[in-house]
Write a protein that binds this ligand. Structure first.
Ligand SMILES: NC(=O)c1ccc[n+]([C@@H]2O[C@H](COP(=O)([O-])OP(=O)(O)OC[C@H]3O[C@@H](n4cnc5c(N)ncnc54)[C@H](O)[C@@H]3O)[C@@H](O)[C@H]2O)c1
Ligand SMILES: [Zn+2]
Ligand SMILES: [Zn+2]
Length: 345
């Protein structure tokens, strides 16, 4: 079928309208009419070749929600009219060790991320800045009718990427959690940390986010540019989740960990981190990473959000304003996630 989208034709050109052919709905596929798509910082990294040379034209977008409008003859999990969400993956082998363990995002045989890659037939796949998408039914997650649908979209990436590492380490009551960077991922980390019962601190370069951080569920904000405040925060946190997209020095943050503390990085800056061996040894510190989440955990997160009434704080944007939204996100000028209203495509 013909689909409409906004695409980057090259890494140095703005996104612009583009029409293309979506694959046919196969026996186990579903066709989703996209209602909203979140704007993840990963979309900017990839559309601008910040990580590696991309496949162009590129249709970004992996925080997708919408309505199922057609199901394949053998598809059993959804019916037309159901709400569904699609995150960072649209296919995987389902038989390798990671797939069997519900960590399809690490599939070692045939992982297919939502855009900027090729599917099993070697065809490029296109993301959610579009009116329709076709995915295997397993990669369409159930979405509650109870929640604000635009606010659900960012859960499919920003939500699961922060939920997963906090859950895996049982972050909760009695723990002090610090969140670095208060953007799309960061504000979800604050909401989940608070929902799990942790004492949450935001570490931010900007003092004027203090009130906003409290509204999200944080107990306080530490201004990282203020030496006195950073000194007072030394050896105080059990966990840090770092969501910063830009290159930065993580050593000042490691100094705020208690003995046995864990720093989890989820941001994807380009330059490698440099950490002295002494910093890790003195205090048994753990530097860890985390990548999105698998299908079962993403469904668990969506169900948890429906139960606790958790959605992202979003600013709706028109499709034609996507390039301005990219620029504003790079300036940190969004509370906290842009979501494209696909009616405007
Ligand atoms: N690990 C994963 O699976 C995964 C999933 C999604 C996104 N990401 C990555 O996470 C990063 C964040 O994504 P996002 O969508 O939340 O981006 P975002 O732009 O919404 O948020 C980043 C935040 O970091 C702040 N910031 C920038 N420079 C800073 C600095 N030097 N110190 C402190 N704060 C700073 C910004 O003001 C902003 O609030 C990106 O690199 C993205 O690619 C990783
Ligand atoms: Zn993302
Ligand atoms: Zn696999």
């Amino acid at each position: 079928m013909q689909a409409k989208a906004y695409a980057a034709q090259a890494a140095d050109t703005p996104l612009a309208p583009w029409n293309f052919e979506r694959r046919d709905v196969g026996p186990q596929d579903v066709l989703i009419e996209i209602a909203y798509c979140g704007v993840c910082h990963t979309d900017v990294h990839q559309a601008r070749n910040e990580w590696f040379p991309g496949i162009f034209p590129m249709v970004p977008g992996h925080e997708i929600v919408g309505k199922i409008v057609q199901v394949g003859v053998d598809a059993k999990k959804h019916k037309p009219g159901d709400l569904a969400g699609v995150g960072v993956m649209v296919d995987s082998c389902r038989t390798c060790e990671d797939c069997r363990n519900g960590q399809e995002q690490f599939c070692s045989v045939s992982p297919v991320v939502t855009y900027n890659t090729r599917d099993k037939n070697g065809q490029p796949v296109y993301g959610g800045y579009s009116n329709y998408i076709v995915v295997h039914e397993d990669f369409a997650l159930r979405v509650s009718e109870k929640l604000d649908l635009a606010g659900v979209a960012p859960l499919l990436c920003a939500g699961i990427t922060t939920y997963s590492p906090l859950r895996r380490r049982n972050v909760g009551k009695g723990h002090k959690l610090a969140v670095v960077g208060l953007g799309g991922l960061g504000h979800m980390a604050v909401k989940f940390g608070a929902a799990f019962g942790a004492d949450v601190t935001v570490l931010s370069t900007s003092p004027n986010k203090a009130e906003a951080a409290r509204r999200l569920g944080a107990n306080r904000l530490v201004v990282t540019k203020d030496e006195e405040q950073m000194k007072a925060a030394q050896r105080s946190f059990d966990f840090i989740i770092d969501t910063v997209a830009a290159d930065h020095d993580i050593n000042p943050y490691l100094a705020t960990l208690r003995t046995n503390g864990v720093y989890v990085n989820v941001g994807m800056p380009v330059q490698p981190f440099q950490v002295p061996s002494f910093t890790l040894a003195m205090g048994n510190k753990v530097v860890a990473g985390s990548g999105a989440g698998g299908l079962p955990e993403t469904q668990e997160m969506l169900d948890f959000c429906a139960e606790k009434n958790i959605v992202a704080d979003v600013e709706l944007v028109n499709m034609k304003d996507i390039n301005a939204a990219f620029e504003r996100m790079l300036r940190g000028d969004v509370l906290y996630r842009f979501v494209i209203d696909m009616k405007t495509l």
